[in-house]
Write a protein that binds this ligand. Structure first.
Ligand code: NAP
Length: 360
């Protein structure tokens, strides 16, 4: 098909992107469209296939950093709305379209007394992003509740339904983030929630907080889910991990780096280095995949501190893992990120992985 100016005119040209992201960075999209139906997505994706221009899929914008010079091709914002609750025995299946706000889903589940995602309160972004990196926090991960994910294959334009096993979930990853990166547009996710289930209180920080405030004593199961949600929101607010226009520290993508999981040999090498530098023990947690070490600890012990500034960007005053845009540029942000990566690599022999999606 020849690319006609008429067809391109259906797309908004030179759309500034910064306001579509929680970190408020980046230039303009050459072309931009908001899609509210699956047909609109298919039409835009198939047309852009004929142009040869790249297509970038945007959800809630909470985990993406656009370049200062903008994005060539199309930025397609998925705003598929719609929620369904299907009763199945003791469970309720929450079926959500990808453009639903994630935190609205968590709020709804807690209000309906459905357990399974209460610890994932206050995470910005859309439901569609959750299977991509197997979003998790405070002892829960979406892989624990996801039954299936429907996605559009951008090449064949087929809609495929993946079971949870087929999503190949791991710590902050899935097939959609690794082997099949940029291949699919997530359309719909089904989460299995337990009716009147007990909240998950596996995470020490959350449990301690609930205990210190006596939040879970003498209340019904339904109220317990609400209490956990409030506690998680409070913990996240303290770390500026809830988007709040009045909190300049929350102009971020949340955690910029993934907490590294070290295999045995790597962990041994890390312990050797701690000895060599005369550093006390680092916090560490056993997981199925190895030993997890908090990236924030590595950042602070590699010579950076909370509140440190570099021009218009810096490290949040409330969490060393959040890089914040106060009034800066993507170039400044990525320079700071590289500086941190180099320092952590040199000192601890650990290569930090960026959790944020950085668009070139
Ligand atoms: P944190 O509580 O300082 O914890 C840092 C690291 O230590 C994480 O890897 C965490 O594992 C691990 N950890 C802490 N307590 C643990 C325990 N009792 N058992 C097992 N592992 C433990 O982390 P934070 O940066 O303030 O974040 C709070 C929570 O939000 C964490 O669960 C973090 O993973 C999550 N988070 C998730 C995303 C995301 O999914 N994109 C982004 C930002 C933060 P886990 O990661 O397994 O919890």
């Amino acid at each position: 098909m020849r690319v006609t100016p008429d067809k391109l005119a259906e797309f908004r040209a030179e759309m500034p992107l910064a306001e579509f992201t929680t970190i408020h960075l980046g230039g303009s999209a050459q072309y931009f469209i908001v899609c509210r139906t699956v047909d609109e997505i298919i039409s835009a994706v198939s047309f852009f296939q004929t142009t040869g221009f790249p297509v970038f899929i945007l959800g809630g914008g909470s985990n993406v950093v656009f370049p200062d010079h903008g994005v060539r091709g199309l930025v397609l914002k998925v705003e598929l709305k719609g929620i369904r609750l299907d009763e199945q025995g003791d469970c309720t299946v929450l079926v959500a379209n990808a453009g639903e706000s994630w935190d609205d889903l968590v709020k709804l589940s807690v209000e309906k007394n459905l357990a399974g995602i209460e610890c994932l309160s206050g995470i910005p972004g859309s439901a569609g992003a959750t299977p991509i990196q197997n979003v998790g926090a405070y002892g829960q991960e979406v892989k624990d509740t996801i039954i299936s994910v429907k996605a559009l294959d951008r090449k064949s334009l087929d809609i495929i339904e993946f079971s949870a096993a087929e999503c190949r979930f791991g710590y902050r990853r899935s097939r959609f983030k690794l082997d099949d990166r940029n291949r699919f547009v997530i359309l719909e996710i089904s989460y299995r929630l337990i009716r009147s289930g007990e909240p998950a209180l596996k995470y020490a920080e959350l449990r301690d907080y609930m205990e210190s405030k006596k939040l879970h004593q003498g209340i019904s199961v339904g109220d317990k889910l609400g209490a956990v949600r409030e506690a998680v929101l409070e913990l996240r607010r303290k770390k500026s991990m809830v988007i709040d226009p009045s909190d300049p520290n929350s102009r971020s993508v949340g955690s910029f780096f993934v907490n590294p999981v070290l295999a045995d040999g790597k962990y041994g090498d890390f312990l050797e280095r701690l000895k060599r530098y005369g550093l006390g023990p680092a916090p560490s947690y056993k997981s199925e995949e190895g030993i997890k070490v908090p990236a924030a600890w590595l950042v602070e012990n590699a010579g950076f501190r909370k509140g440190q500034r570099r021009g218009g960007v810096g490290i949040s005053t409330n969490h060393a893992l959040a890089l914040v845009n106060y009034s800066g540029t993507t170039k400044e942000l990525l320079t700071l990120a590289s500086e941190i990566e180099d320092a952590v690599g040199d000192k601890f022999g650990i290569k930090l992985e960026r959790e944020a999606v950085i668009i070139e």
